[in-house]
Design a protein around this ligand. Sequence first.
Ligand SMILES: Cc1cc2nc3c(=O)[nH]c(=O)nc-3n(C[C@H](O)[C@H](O)[C@H](O)COP(=O)(O)O)c2cc1C
Length: 474
Amino acid sequence: MTEANIDGGFRPSGQLQLGVFFQGVNSGTVWKAPESGSQTDFESFRRIAQTAERGLFAAFFLGEGLRLREHLGRPHALDVAGRPDAQTMLAALASVTSHIGLVATQNTTYNDPADLAHRLSTLDLLSGGRAAWNVVTTDNAWTGANFRRGGYLDHADRYIHAEAFVETAKRIWDAWDDGVIAASPSEEAWAKPASIRRARHEGQHYSVDYLPRLPRSAQYRPVLFQAGDSPDGRDFAARQADVIFSAHPKFDDALEFRRDIVARSLKAGRGANDVKIMPASEFILAATPQEAREKKAWVRSLQIGPQQAIAYLEQFWGRELQDYDPDGPLPEIDPVVEETSETRGSGFHGAKARQLADQWRAEANEKGLSIRQFVSSKTSRGDATFNGSYTEVADRLVEYARTGAVDGFNISPWLIPTGLDDIVNHLVPELQERGIYPTEYAGTTLRENLGLATPLRPAAGVADNGVAVGGRHA
Ligand SMILES: Cc1cc2nc3c(=O)[nH]c(=O)nc-3n(C[C@H](O)[C@H](O)[C@H](O)COP(=O)(O)O)c2cc1C
């Protein structure tokens, strides 16, 4: 058995939670089944959210891709182009679900704290305390072109900005005391005077002077997730987040990440168990190991179609490769660029293009891979994929729960709308039998279902920044 050795007073809960990360942005999610519907079809989102709720998932996440990646002047073939606004979609889903948490990925770089805090409060109230915010700082200059603000924040500044943003949002959510709204229409004022505080922020990037417009929700305020893996991002999460949406699902890596976050949390003055961790993952399962392997090969062939394979290579070659056969060898022709610059919005920049092309041709040749097979191997989620029979994978997950390497997983479904069916119908019962997964929702709010403590209430009606409020009824 692997020894966990997570110090600092950390105590594993022995339990796992599941979330669904419906990224809807890249080719990791397949929309090609006849019943998938369009990328913007509410029915597809509803099916996934309701399946997840049937499986007692804690949360349904929507990713955020504010800008379509472009490649050689056109939308990139590897991405999903139809992207409904996350909060509007989650508000619609709130009315067809009853327990699952509704998580909106929203960036701090291009939003406004007062506006975003208000919209998230609204989602939290109308869903009965099920809202959460996945805080990201997102790509900068390229996304910024949407907002006439391209390239205005350095990487380090993005987290300074994010911290001020989140603290302002928390101040807004703290601003109303409990029971502020008048209990009866016969009372003169809409709200109790002096029980709404002004939220102020004066800082480098913006200033806010705001009188918040909504009361606390059933879970006090939206749950905070964080996604961003740099040292600054991790420190920010250790100070501010309830849950980290991490990029470390592989067991040893997950343990290491847990140790790192425990150390950072303690340094930030929080407890060893205060920040939960749910890594991104993909599950491809079947009744037997052999079937699961075959299924994985099939899923990969769906994730990367012929046109997408060519588009992927074009990013590194810097030229059109449409005349090449996707089932043939990698192009003999050399890249036209000196340095690769993978289509904006992704992480692979600046390798020497010709050197990379030589290396890839040799690798594909040696393994006997066609363009499509090669691209599939390069783009596969690799370490993030749990592939095997239901019992095999459930056994592997016991180790994660026992050691506390993670608190659960955020699963990206590989197929719409049925990509979670195997997990809910077969994996969840196996996990329940092993005593590491809930058999019912713990409560009705996301905070209850994730086992998170309610934030401490500030002292009621603080005099110096409390302001008297209350319009009269008409
Ligand atoms: C698991 C995971 C999911 C993410 N999802 C999104 C997303 O949906 N939209 C987005 O703009 N950025 C997303 N990000 C990117 C982060 O916003 C961040 O911009 C990026 O990781 C760079 O920050 P860092 O330098 O701290 O890693 C995600 C990051 C991680 C690790």
